[in-house]
Design a protein around this ligand. Structure first.
Ligand SMILES: *[C@@H]1O[C@H](CO)[C@@H](O)[C@H](O)[C@H]1NC(C)=O
Ligand SMILES: *[C@@H]1O[C@H](CO)[C@@H](O)[C@H](O)[C@H]1NC(C)=O
Length: 473
């Protein structure tokens, strides 16, 4: 017979072993594949390390930075700790729907899991002496998800003040978790001209970078132009890009599209002291997408969040591509509750040089040699990933509080994402390399073939004429 004492130790030992096993299992799981799992497991059960010992190094940035150009927000640090920013605010906008100012930025989560407390107030752009400064208000901080264990998380602040005209600044007073350091900055408040969003679609695209090691500038321009032109045919009215680094030739083409009103390009760079690769996930993707959400929703009711090698292709029951606005009606996207998003599952169209060169797909003479993937790639990998794995969304912007990369994290009132059937309702087309797999025909883009040809012949002529760039060389 085992003694009572021994049995007690045995139970404790088993518990400890289980805990260790759980931890190993947790590390082994790829939580990145499913951020909901990642979020629940990590944030609730493990928390983040609170480095209270670092407070001795607090170095209060006393300089009050005033941005003067209201149209171009630039990153500004509220205060730093040993050379590392604690909180960076990127933009301030008055939101008509909420009736308050929304601030977008990122904060260092190693000091506190919660965003630093900040207070805010309006001050006039004209007076540098703050004579008409209002009383300070407490802003409500909201930490974004999908930080991927990195030191910086995106943050939204809701500042309960109402600017009466756009010539206001919002003054932000940041106080760190232990209330021992603070800094102050001013940000120009952007106030949109209109508060009535059109029933149209805009696309938000994460940080745009050109990597010379991967392709030529012409190849990049070809991809970009096809992305813009074909998505327009699918119903995307406007595109919001965030420019991290683009050479002058690519910028010239983008400026052309800015000129005709199809795209908006916002400069994007991370604050000094932030390591591009180690400090924040994917160059601040969550910050960018949520900045775009709050920026675009004044003008567009519907938003998509995609990359430049992706297209959301809604289809009818015959499998023919239809317009995104029509798809939103068809699936009853709603402004209050109900369906607030459509989920498009991920389908891949990898390069197939043989088919592309075979002449199997007839192209008009003026497009021969052009790598138009939406026309040339008619075969895709048969298996389609489950919803949330690489899937993308079309959302009713005013319903969303926090957008994730593959799903809605938070909405203002409870609402659902309708998952589309890939065979009869719509699919995310992703044009990229992929591991070999069984391929099947996908003819959904055939219904847009003539329109795509016309649009790209036009774009090719225009760019040749304006810049001497041949898209198809
Ligand atoms: C504190 O700030 C001063 C002035 O900005 C700077 O010279 C100094 O290096 C900073 N110290 C630390 C520990 O960051
Ligand atoms: C993108 O940013 C670079 C600087 O990083 C700038 O030279 C270029 O003109 C910008 N392009 C556009 C289209 O805004």
């Amino acid at each position: 017979m085992i003694s009572l004492k021994f049995r007690r130790y045995l139970v404790i030992a088993i518990c400890l072993l289980c805990t260790a096993a759980c931890y190993v299992f947790y590390k082994w799981m790829d939580f990145d594949a499913n951020p909901i799992r990642h979020y629940l497991a990590y944030d609730y059960y493990f928390g983040s390390p609170l480095m209270s010992s670092s407070y001795s190094q607090v170095n209060v940035s006393s300089s009050v930075h005033t941005a003067t150009e209201a149209s171009s927000p630039s990153p500004q640090t509220v205060f730093s700790l040993g050379g590392k920013p604690v909180l960076v605010l990127f933009s301030a906008r008055f939101d008509f729907q909420l009736g308050l100012i929304v601030l977008v930025g990122y904060f260092n989560n190693r000091l506190s899991k919660q965003p630093p407390r900040v207070t805010c107030r309006l001050s006039s752009l004209k007076s540098s002496t703050n004579l008409d400064a209002r009383p300070w208000q407490q802003a409500v901080g909201y930490s974004m998800h999908e930080g991927h264990y990195m030191p910086y998380d995106g943050v939204l602040y809701f500042c309960p003040v109402v600017p009466t005209e756009s010539s206001y600044l919002v003054e932000v007073n940041g106080v760190d978790v232990s209330n021992r350091a603070s800094g102050k900055i001013k940000l120009p408040v952007h106030v949109a001209e209109s508060s009535k969003p059109a029933d149209k679609v805009a696309a938000c695209i994460t940080a745009l970078r050109y990597l010379p090691s991967e392709e030529s500038e012409n190849q990049f321009i070809m991809r970009l132009v096809e992305f813009i032109e074909v998505n327009r045919l699918l119903g995307v009215e406007h595109f919001y890009f965030y420019n991290m680094s683009l050479p002058s030739k690519i910028s010239a083409v983008m400026k052309h599209y800015i000129g005709i009103g199809w795209i908006t390009v916002t400069p994007w760079s991370l604050a000094e002291g932030i390591d591009l690769d180690k400090d924040i996930h994917y160059y601040g993707q969550m910050v960018i997408l949520n900045d775009c959400l709050y920026s675009a929703r004044d003008r567009y009711r519907l938003l998509t969040f995609i990359d430049i090698d992706e297209m959301l292709v809604p289809t009818n029951s015959k499998g023919e591509a239809i317009n995104l606005v029509k798809a939103a009606q068809l699936h009853s996207l709603d402004d209050r509750g109900g369906n607030c998003a459509l989920g498009f599952r991920h389908g891949v169209f990898p390069p197939s040089p043989k088919q592309e060169k075979s002449g199997e797909i007839k192209m008009p003479t003026s497009l021969i040699g052009c790598k138009i993937v939406s026309l040339l790639r008619r075969r895709r990998i048969k298996s389609i990933l489950p919803f949330t794995e690489r899937s993308k969304l079309l959302v009713v912007a005013r319903q969303i509080k926090e957008i994730g990369i593959h799903f809605v994290w938070n909405s203002w009132q409870s609402c659902q994402t309708k998952q589309l059937s890939p065979s009869s309702e719509g699919l995310l087309h992703h044009y990229r390399h992929w591991a070999a797999g069984e391929m099947i025909e996908d003819q959904s883009m055939k219904w847009l073939q003539r329109d795509i040809e016309t649009a790209l012949i036009g774009a090719r002529d225009r760019l040749k004429h304006l810049f001497g760039i041949d898209l198809c060389a």
